[in-house]
Design a protein around this ligand. Structure first.
Ligand SMILES: Nc1nc2c(ncn2[C@@H]2O[C@H](COP(=O)(O)OP(=O)(O)O)[C@@H](O)[C@H]2O)c(=O)[nH]1
Ligand SMILES: [Mg+2]
Length: 330
């Protein structure tokens, strides 16, 4: 299965270097998201412009619009839902590109609003345990670093557990985030048992009375079975410490993979009880439309979106703003 990079050798790819220290932002995160989504929406925006320079919204127009939405990664089901609803209110009317953009943004916002739910830890659990899963390179470690920063800034005590024990560089990367955010990092030697580490991490965080524990995991094992067994074992041992944990299981998805994100959600839902999503790399992709398709298909909460590599580049997911950006509206 190519989505996991299965079949490749285990530890050949060096972990990406941790992102450099923050530099003053030249443009705000939203501008960057819009810039990134401009790529996502350029096809959509120009496409709509080409299709609708004053035109009757008839069957042919709807069909062409549906095709356009599919190429913008919304997927067949979502594209059909959106065009059908549009047809219900506007069929037979003369419409222009602006009408269509506004109507599409509204339809998409409706799909996105229910899933726009920030991560809401219960700090009385001490610790609230968040297991972070996803394929290699999706942005797990970076997202943990960013979340740690946010909760530290709120005055919370946070521990990080370097559960990607396959790669020394992955452990180092989390340590850098730990230093940067002032969070203790629990780690073991490369190749150590990830479940054992998770067990100890919960015990340590509890002994300290921490508010939050983030457990990083490896995204690439020899095969899906191997990954499934490892994640199941991690969950099992966490439950030995606290049967209510893990309290959140975050699946981190790289938005640049587009439709492939669907099979990643399917695969991880089979392995663990995924409770929410984080979509990363929305700052540089032309495939942001996939988020709408994921919302429509799975209905899983989208806790945050990544719009860059820096600590401040993780943002709550705002449904309406996202939908409008996607169709090129301000
Ligand atoms: N542009 C951009 N890069 C990101 C984002 N999130 C993560 N990355 C980068 O993606 C690469 C892989 O991230 P990493 O956290 O190591 O992925 P992991 O293997 O899932 O832990 C790193 O170079 C990160 O800096 C994001 O939202 N935007
Ligand atoms: Mg990692």
């Amino acid at each position: 299965m190519s989505l996991f990079g299965f079949g490749k050798k285990k530890d050949e790819t060096p972990a990406p270097a941790p992102a450099p220290e923050p530099v003053p932002e030249k443009e705000g995160w939203f501008a960057r998201l819009k810039g990134g989504l401009a790529k996502s929406s350029s096809r959509l925006t120009t496409g709509i412009g080409d299709l609708f320079t004053k035109r009757k919204l008839d069957d042919e127009a709807l069909e062409e619009l549906e095709e356009l939405l599919i190429t913008a990664d919304l997927g067949l089901a979502t594209a059909q839902r959106v065009t059908r609803r549009l047809a219900r209110t506007r069929f037979g009317q003369d419409v222009d590109a602006e009408d269509i953009r506004a109507a599409l943004a509204e339809e998409m916002a409706e799909i996105l609003t229910p899933v726009a739910q920030p991560l809401a830890p219960d700090f009385s659990r001490k610790p609230h345990v968040v297991l972070v899963v996803g394929v290699n390179g999706s942005g797990k470690t970076t997202t943990i670093g960013k979340l740690a920063k946010q909760f530290r800034d709120d005055g919370r005590s946070v521990t990080l557990a370097a559960g990607d024990t396959f790669r020394a560089a992955a452990v180092e990367q989390l340590k850098v985030w730990g230093e940067r955010t002032g969070c203790p990092v629990i780690c073991r030697d490369t190749g150590a048992d990830a479940a054992g580490l998770a067990f100890d991490a919960v015990a340590e965080a509890r002994a300290r009375g921490d508010d939050l524990l983030f457990i990083d995991t490896a995204g690439r094992l020899q095969n899906k079975q191997g990954l499934m067994e490892e994640l199941a074992k991690v969950v099992r041992v966490i439950k030995k410490q606290d049967e209510t944990a893990p309290h959140d299981v975050l699946l981190v998805l790289d938005a640049t993979v587009g439709q492939n994100a669907h099979s990643q959600v399917e695969a991880f839902k089979d392995m663990v009880d995924v409770t929410g999503l984080v979509l990363t790399k929305l700052d540089g992709t032309a495939r942001g439309g996939v988020l709408v398709a994921l919302a429509e298909r799975f209905g899983l909460p989208v806790h945050a979106i990544g719009v860059g590599e820096q600590a401040g580049d993780l943002r709550p997911f705002a449904a309406e703003a996202f939908a409008r950006s996607l169709v090129g509206l301000g």
